[in-house]
Design a protein around this ligand. Structure first.
Ligand SMILES: [Zn+2]
Length: 477
């Protein structure tokens, strides 16, 4: 039997960042006490009338442009009927035959080179509520806060053939939606969720194999693991001469395995029909052009600007743009102190190190871009010794104090005090006759030892240059 080849397609759901829901004025923010953010419209009481939130429409058009889609000039709404306890109306307002966006594409980078993934469609719909299974009271509770939050569904063509490609694509979609400022893409909070369709067949087979769908994956890592497991599971079945069953499966993060959620027999007939309450949308060319022009600078454009205008290396530019919050912080710091290279060095060094250590997070940050800009400026202009960045930044994070206050309190400012420098270095030389002799005998590397000692003794009150000069002078004897 020839090697089996996986074919994968995705459906990605992304909640839009509008302030209010898509058909009422309830808050669309994440969280809140259960059922504190709903009204008769979004909880589906009879006789209520939904009114379309036009910002949600603008956002899906923006999303479509970032993915090179055609935008439908005429688009309308449909009712998708099904009964489930998280859907009090018993239907979801969605778009079946006429979605807002069609026929797009997104390019990704993989270890085997660049690849183009085709987007079949993106439509706008309303999110359902959330069911909370309470083990203590053995009950299932319904929270309708999420009902009616605007949701876009991005449907790809089955263009993926590995977990790596899918993971690269989701990361790219996150960048596009975040930089377009239409979704916060917090997978852990469910604002970006992914369904994976996967089947296996021989490489040049005319027909795709029977597919399984894995629902609601909520991290990029989970998507990768679920795909790897499905490839393994379906390969085992097919190689033993069996048949894959078409069904919906769930993935368990703890076991790393998928299991049956429901089989094809339960497949819904949604009985779509046009929603009579919401008028269709007809876009004019001017309206679409205005939305396209309101798109902020995207990640790829920022990257190119950094490389062309600032001379950043590609790897550094990629690291900076990979997280929009960090990249925005960088941009705001430059507004205060416009030295891209040294601000970048600080961001890629001390700043990201603290994030990776889990000591700070972009979600609740104690430091402002202005403070970081000033800190780097003091280092660049020899007001402070850069060796003290670490101490000062740590204290900024812990106390929320400004770099100025911290330098005042700890006496970190560089003194232009030649007498002090001369005295301290004189003492170091007097106390270390052995290394002095080694240095004078031509062992250049001992110089580093003296620099270290002087830095320690001066606690950053002199610049490395001033220390070096004084050391050279004194060591010559
Ligand atoms: Zn509402």
């Amino acid at each position: 039997m020839a090697r089996l080849y996986p074919t994968i397609g995705l459906e990605i759901h992304a909640e839009l960042l509008t302030k209010s829901k898509v058909f009422c004025t309830c808050s669309a923010e994440f969280g809140g006490d259960p059922n504190s953010r709903c009204c008769p419209v979004c909880s589906g009481l009879p006789g209520t009338l939904p009114i379309l939130n036009h910002t949600a429409v603008e956002y899906i058009v923006k999303a479509g442009y970032t993915m090179n889609c055609e935008i439908s000039r005429f688009t309308k709404w449909d009712r998708k009927n099904y009964f489930y306890p998280d859907l009090p109306k018993a239907y979801q307002i969605s778009q079946m035959p006429r979605p807002v966006c069609l026929n797009g594409h997104v390019d990704i980078k993989t270890s085997e080179g660049d690849k183009r993934i085709r987007i079949n469609r993106i439509h706008l719909e309303e999110d359902a509520g959330k069911l909370v299974h309470d083990d203590y009271s053995k009950a299932t509770l319904a929270d309708y806060n999420r009902c009616g939050i605007p949701l876009i569904e991005i449907v790809t063509e089955p263009d993926f053939h590995s977990a790596e490609e899918v993971m690269a694509f989701i990361e790219k979609i996150r960048l596009l939606l975040k930089y377009a400022e239409v979704c916060d893409c917090k997978m852990e909070q469910g604002s970006l969720r992914c369904d994976v369709n996967i089947s296996l067949a021989e490489k040049d087979a005319e027909k795709l194999g029977t597919r399984a769908e894995i629902k609601n994956l909520n991290s990029v890592k989970a998507v990768g693991r679920a795909i790897e497991y499905e490839i393994y599971r379906q390969t085992e079945i097919l190689e033993a001469g069996g048949e894959v069953v078409q069904e919906t499966r769930r993935f368990s993060d703890s076991t790393g395995e998928t299991s049956t959620l429901r089989s094809k027999e339960d497949a819904h007939d949604y009985r779509y029909f046009p929603d009579p309450d919401i008028p269709p949308i007809i876009f004019t060319e001017e309206e679409l052009e205005a939305i396209r022009e309101s798109l902020p600078e995207m990640a790829e454009d920022r990257k190119n600007r950094y490389m062309n205008d600032y001379g950043f290396k590609e790897i550094d530019a990629d690291t900076l743009i990979a997280d929009k919050d960090i990249c925005d912080f960088f941009e705001n710091a430059l507004k205060v102190y416009n030295n891209p290279k040294t601000v970048l060095n600080f961001m890629l060094g001390e700043f990201m190190r603290r994030i990776n250590l889990g000591e700070m997070s972009m979600d609740n940050l104690e430091v402002t871009p202005e403070q970081v800009a000033n800190l780097v400026k003091y280092g660049d202009t020899d007001k402070i010794n850069k060796n003290n960045y670490k101490n000062i930044f740590k204290e900024m994070l812990e106390t929320g104090k400004t770099p100025e206050a911290i330098c005042d309190e700890n006496d970190y400012w560089v003194k232009e005090d030649n007498d002090l420098l001369e005295k301290v270095i004189g003492e170091i030389i007097a106390n270390n006759p052995g290394p002095v002799e080694q240095y004078r005998a031509g062992e250049q590397k001992v110089f580093g030892f003296f620099m270290g000692q002087a830095n320690k003794a001066l606690k950053g009150q002199a610049t490395p240059n001033a220390i070096r000069e004084m050391l050279e002078k004194k060591l010559k004897g």
